[in-house]
Design a binder for this molecule. Sequence first.
Ligand code: HEM
Ligand SMILES: *[C@@H]1O[C@H](CO)[C@@H](O)[C@H](O)[C@H]1NC(C)=O
Ligand SMILES: *[C@@H]1O[C@H](CO)[C@@H](O)[C@H](O)[C@H]1NC(C)=O
Ligand SMILES: *[C@@H]1O[C@H](CO)[C@@H](O)[C@H](O)[C@H]1NC(C)=O
Ligand SMILES: *[C@@H]1O[C@H](CO)[C@@H](O)[C@H](O)[C@H]1NC(C)=O
Length: 440
Amino acid sequence: MRVLFLLAAGNTLLASAFFIPSTDAAAQRNFNTIFDEADQRILVAPPHQFIQAGPNDRRGPCPGLNSLANHGFISRTGVDSFVNIVAACNQVYRMGTAASTAAAVLGMFGGNLLDPTLPLSIGEPPSIIGLPGPLVAAPPTGLTNTHNQFECDASLTRCDLYLCNDSHTLQPKYLEPLLDMYTADPSIANSVAIVSQHHANRIADSIANNGLFFFGPVQMIVGAFTALQAPSLFANYSAEQPEGFMSVAGLMSIYGVSRAASGTLTWTRGSERIPDVYYRRPGPLLNQWDMPIILPQVLQMWAQFPETLSIGGNLGTPNTFFPLDLGAFTNGSYTLDDLQKPGGINLLCFLYQLVQILFPALLGNVDDLLAGVFAEVGRVTEGVLGTFDCPRSMDAVNMTMLNQYPGWVKSLPKTKAALPTDQSYMQQSHLGRSPLEVPV
Ligand code: HEM
Ligand SMILES: *[C@@H]1O[C@H](CO)[C@@H](O)[C@H](O)[C@H]1NC(C)=O
Ligand SMILES: *[C@@H]1O[C@H](CO)[C@@H](O)[C@H](O)[C@H]1NC(C)=O
Ligand SMILES: *[C@@H]1O[C@H](CO)[C@@H](O)[C@H](O)[C@H]1NC(C)=O
Ligand SMILES: *[C@@H]1O[C@H](CO)[C@@H](O)[C@H](O)[C@H]1NC(C)=O
């Protein structure tokens, strides 16, 4: 069962990759003709009415998942299976299945890999009562405790873990400037640029204040993808504005904040709420928020705000940002320039290959199990993926290079402390070669 889920991840990535437009212009949205009231209205009547989460319900760093749980689109407990989470992201917000599967695979860093339904807590660790033996040694942590695996620094509205000892609570002082920018410029054409600007500002803020700021290759990509989710999935795709209006009221509601008469912005845990009248993205596959749209958005973000393409971290004190030499890290497979090639295929391949390499390295006690799962995926997908070609392969990365970043090193003990530091060490891919790579 586990193998099948991960196989599905490979296939959907593949399916969407076929549709990667050759030019950024091809990804321009043209939603005008396809608004469909019945299909796009998000129905929040019972059983999907808003109910504020209780103290024992799990809630975490992702406003999208928190809102799905508060409306019972996934379990209101905040712990649900891999497939239910992927399905709800797709059906409620029209996050494409490739993107939501990829996110859920990353989410499994905090999930329970020994249960065939792959349950994941979207927040705090789930109760471990009744868990099988091996998990007592490596209990699922929940999304909240996936720092530097999924949860990362410089988030739109959350504090850096080592700055506040809390990276899941919404900080009004970070959301406020984003709301201000959307208020000042409500044009849909700029909604992605605005969140990109905010993302760049948050990175600058982390560099200036968090000596343990770490923005490795995975964090850089996760940060970009999650930032882009706000304007892409939280906008109101109504008949009047079918391309998706970044309603400040809608954003506040889904983020779970309210403003007092005095002007003070307050966030309440468990209160992320989908507005009563709200419209999701249109249903047709190419309008869903998936790779053909995401990749050009990321490239546009990097081009407009080059700071968002920073890979590296501070060296222990603020303002010591030191870039990671990506070419050396990937043993010559990718440079920053390669990631920016039009169409985003290098970016997609890099992320997919990197996660395959890092997953076993970072999972702690269950890594052997997962290595087996990945090997199986590689074997089974070999023929299926045979027509798709990643321009570059990446078989290993030099994890030792990350040890220069104290923010990375600090996040290691709860995962796997055993990465050797005393010798040259290349973390090998557990696949003979990338399953996306095809010999010519
Ligand atoms: C499988 C599905 C998903 C998983 C596992 C997931 C997980 C996460 C995680 C771990 C973060 C924290 C990243 C960070 O530290 O910055 C995050 C952030 C975020 N997610 Fe999700 N997510 C999923 C789906 C969604 C969906 C469907 C939406 C929107 C409808 C969404 C919107 C966001 C936004 C806007 C952020 C940035 C939060 C902030 O700092 O303000 N996510 N997500
Ligand atoms: C950090 O947060 C954790 C979890 O909330 C808590 O147990 C711990 O005491 C906190 N540490 C500090 C130094 O505040
Ligand atoms: C979403 O758009 C609809 C149609 O224009 C509007 O009635 C509704 O108030 C909007 N919702 C929010 C929260 O802005
Ligand atoms: C790194 O690249 C060189 C040159 O392409 C190759 O000979 C070597 O095997 C690679 N190292 C690893 C660990 O893959
Ligand atoms: C990996 O990086 C470390 C630290 O920069 C370096 O000393 C080592 O030679 C590198 N290993 C390989 C195989 O390139």
